[in-house]
Design a protein around this ligand. Sequence first.
Ligand code: DGL
Length: 268
Amino acid sequence: MALIGVFDSGVGGLSILDEALHQLPEHDYIYLADSANAPYGEKSSTWIAARSLALCQHLAQEGCDAIVVACNTATAEAIKDIRLQLEIPIIGVEPGIKPAAMQSQNGIVGVLATEATLHSDKFNALLATLPENCQFIKQAGAGLVPLIEAGKADSEETLELLAKHLEPIQDAGADTLVLGCTHYPFLRKAIRKLLGDSITLIDTSEAVVRQLKHQLEDRTAQNSEGICGSILFISSKDEDTLLRMAQELMSSDLSVHTVLAKHLGELQ
Ligand code: DGL
């Protein structure tokens, strides 16, 4: 069995943790939310890279056998450096523009992500590998992360802001929308309300957890059925709020796990 670190600027990575708990419930997890500093998406590349590395180093010191950087923004700005500095498997997330291009029928794909992700070299390098006959409508979701962090994913305020951000994507006639930030799967209901059921939503959490599973192959016990590991929630802001939001936002049943919460202390 392994100890897996899952890190995000806030509660967004819970969408990945949720999937991990469905696919790999037998492992132990540390979920680290840097909510005191969210949103990352509007901060400088240098800041995001340094902070993400420091937090992953912290997870490695806590004994993690693998880390999921459950944040598109941190992956885009920091994963190269994190992989250079740490010797454990590091799994990142990136906007699913490749599967979106393959699934789109009309070749028009909306990409909703943070400003930092859309401007990053990593994202633009990925974009350059895709066929030119697919049109990508890129939209920064400014202001959405703070609303989700405040527990307002289903509020009228969020719906209004989201409608503004989705307008260019809707106007272009996109039939596929990439949820390019791990916070955005929590807007699924609001997105469906605005865009209807026919648009295909691309969320890469299942693929990310498959990757994690692959990296952990030799650490997964043969007879793990029925075993549920522990989850330690760590927040740089308020661990009780993090725990409450984890219960509200995730579909996993946390009562079958041993759950603890603590505040992130000073980083060494
Ligand atoms: N959840 C993050 C992402 O996937 C970051 C959001 C933010 O802090 O701006 O990009």
